[in-house]
Write a protein that binds this ligand. Structure first.
Ligand code: 13P
Ligand code: SF4
Length: 402
């Protein structure tokens, strides 16, 4: 165990997260050349795609998609832009998309319109003959960037030392993490979870060890612990920039859950004040939020769950019902458009899409589909064999638990 102080670095994606926030609600795609002025990193692509107008791109994607036929499937996470979602063969939450990717054994190409950790997971779950493509390589996740494998390995060594004599600890990593972290969980008796099965995986872990290390989202970890009756004071936040995460051995010995100090910059924007304001305007409104929100927000909301849970709950609700939603705005706007008989609003008055999901601009989808039709696999996502084998142990545990 080495005592060390590291210099905190804020992930670039976290700094860029508010690049597309605006006060009007016009999120319709412009040509990529126009969008390049937003202060984020974009992957370079041939200039002809940058100049194409939205309608031109739409037509080009449609014809490239038709040409590819059964050779390819396009997966779209719920946070993708409408201009991308319309081409998705399946849209869903992280869990549904990973299950679907694992079930599609015959197609040659899986085009994943989501973020990097999702495409990496699809690559791990896919067959050897399949190739997974992420249309824009800069589509990462600022939360996943908050857990570096070297820091996580240091943390694991420290915890292993402290808990050796007292019942051990089981690592759980949220899907929003690198393959290397999933592999660490696989080789240390741990498991992967998503927002739709976090409670089941927590129970699974607590049947096998006395404690849980939850990576990298402290809020999902805390909210899940509370759901299972664990008190907030039994959960400690591990600060990777401090020796022993900022705790004494005695404090760690008393803890039941160790939460990695990570968060989602989109979901931590939601506040209790916004919920109070929504209820003031509409006393009969239902508030539903994603469990990446803080415990204070989750505590006062009426319900919480994954993106698919939020979508299906509102779809199943009676006409005339009112909904204030605490999740990414592209999804909230789509639910509102698809449920015109209900009032559906975002809790946050500022329109802030997840800036990394938003980087899958139609120009990138057009570029990679054209490439596949020409026999060129642009932006293939691969995972080293050893890491993939260990990560798939943790992913298979998740798929068998729920
Ligand atoms: P879901 O698994 O609920 O789709 O969430 C993924 C995600 O990144 C939420 O921010
Ligand atoms: Fe990551 Fe948050 Fe975007 Fe989800 S919404 S992909 S957790 S940054």
């Amino acid at each position: 165990m080495v005592a060390k102080l590291k210099t905190p670095t804020i992930p670039i994606t976290e700094i860029e997260q508010s690049a597309f926030c605006r006060t009007d609600d016009d999120l319709a795609a412009k040509s990529l050349a126009e969008e390049f002025s937003a202060g984020v990193r974009w992957q370079k692509l041939p200039v002809e795609y940058m100049r194409m107008k939205p309608q031109e791109l739409d037509d080009r994607i449609a014809s490239a998609r038709e040409k590819l036929g059964d050779q390819a499937i396009i997966l779209g996470h719920h946070y993708q832009r409408d201009e991308i979602i319309k081409f998705a063969d399946l849209r869903g939450d992280s869990f549904m998309l990973s299950q679907y990717a694992a079930s599609q054994k015959s197609c040659r190409y899986i085009v994943f319109c989501g973020v990097h950790f999702m495409a990496e997971t699809a690559s791990i779950l896919s067959e050897d003959h399949q190739r997974v493509v992420l249309p824009n390589l800069t589509a990462g996740c600022s939360m996943a960037d908050m857990a570096h494998i070297d820091d996580v390995m240091d943390c694991w060594d420290d915890l292993d030392y402290v808990y050796e004599e007292s019942g051990g600890i089981i690592p759980i990593t949220y899907m929003n993490s690198t393959a290397a972290i999933k592999a660490l969980c696989g080789r240390n008796g741990g498991i992967v979870c998503t927002s739709s099965n976090a409670a089941a995986t927590f129970k699974w872990a607590l049947e096998r060890g006395q404690r849980v290390l939850f990576l990298p989202d402290q809020h999902l970890g805390r909210n899940t612990g509370i759901k299972l009756g664990i008190r907030p004071d039994e959960m400690l936040v591990w600060n990777p920039f401090k020796p022993m995460g900022g705790h004494t051995e005695e404090e760690l010995t008393k803890a039941r859950v160790i939460l990695w100090q990570g968060h989602c910059s989109v979901h931590t924007r939601f506040t209790v004040g916004q919920i109070e304001e929504a209820r003031r305007k509409h006393p009969d409104i239902n508030v539903v939020v994603h469990p990446e929100c803080t415990m204070e927000v989750v505590a006062v909301a009426d319900s919480n769950g994954s993106t698919e849970y939020i979508k299906s709950t509102i779809e199943a609700a009676p006409a005339g019902s009112k909904w204030a939603v605490g999740t990414e705005v592209s999804l909230v706007n789509r639910i509102a458009a698809e449920n015109p008989d209900k009032l559906v609003v975002c809790l946050d008055p500022v329109v802030c899409p997840c800036s990394t999901m938003y980087r899958i601009h139609p120009a990138y989808l057009s570029w990679v589909l054209d490439g596949l039709n020409e026999g060129v696999v642009v932006n293939e996502i691969t995972v080293a064999d050893e890491i993939a084998a260990q990560a798939s142990v943790a992913l298979d545990r998740m798929l068998s638990v729920v």
